[in-house]
Design a protein around this ligand. Sequence first.
Ligand SMILES: C[S@@+](CC[C@H](N)C(=O)[O-])C[C@H]1O[C@@H](n2cnc3c(N)ncnc32)[C@H](O)[C@@H]1O
Length: 281
Amino acid sequence: MMEREASRTAMRVAVLRAAHQLIDGEPKILDDRVSAHLLDAQTFAGIGANPDLRSSRLESLRVHVLLRSRYSEERLEAAARDGVRQCVILGAGFDTFAYRQPAWSRALRIIEVDHPSSQRAKRDRLRAAAIAVPDNVSFIPIDFETTSLAAGLAAAGFDRAQRSFFSWLGVMVYLKEPAIDAVLSYVASLPAGSQIVFSFGSSDPTAAGEEDARLTAEAVAALGEPWLTRSEPGPLGAKLREAGFSEVSFLTPPEANARYLTGRSDGLPLVRRISVGSATV
Ligand SMILES: C[S@@+](CC[C@H](N)C(=O)[O-])C[C@H]1O[C@@H](n2cnc3c(N)ncnc32)[C@H](O)[C@@H]1O
């Protein structure tokens, strides 16, 4: 069987984070000076000249992508301050947290898990950009559809007796239900206080939002990465509780808007739907 290519949606997301740094105003929703270095010169140069990045669809998508990382990193900080020492970034793509670590994360062990070809592409880009991999960071290549997270993490010396933090951003929508359930039941089997922050593809309350979602679904399918599973907060919350999580919470639009988006001068749109949440064992 031919090996699957590196994720192209992961690079699209990196472009959105780099664009935020370059074309959006202050304060940054996510202060990420590393993403731009992971782009090739042509992609980087194209950002300022790409009017699509100012379309309402790509602004909403950009807000979603920035917000989910910000929310996850804030929860990780709280967990780290509370003594959590293992952080697993599932489907890491070009996530840059490990390469712009604040002081509070230096005591963490950070494990990036991704599809083997996507992980290889990221490590190549890091090398090409001369970005050093900090010594508290390691990599585990896994295909969630065929390999168990338990086996992959065990082989890398992950300590399953410790409370751990997982982030799983922009991945669930690309997986089939059994692969999603396998990841959730593994995390739910970890010690109490372990947590997963996740994002998911939910429906938008407006017709314009649903039309944007349709266009984005078409775009990612054309990249060979179709959305396979869309979820809604109600059933997803029930699934998480059934998997064994004791506490489930979602970032609601009023909360997201008040915390991250109100009063901006760059016109980035407010959030209309729930698409990010966290679950604690
Ligand atoms: C849209 S990208 C998101 C990347 C990153 N989490 C972020 O927010 O920037 C989707 C990621 O999911 C990973 N992915 C999708 N299907 C996967 C699978 N079956 N096994 C492992 N990783 C997978 C891709 O390799 C890619 O890195």
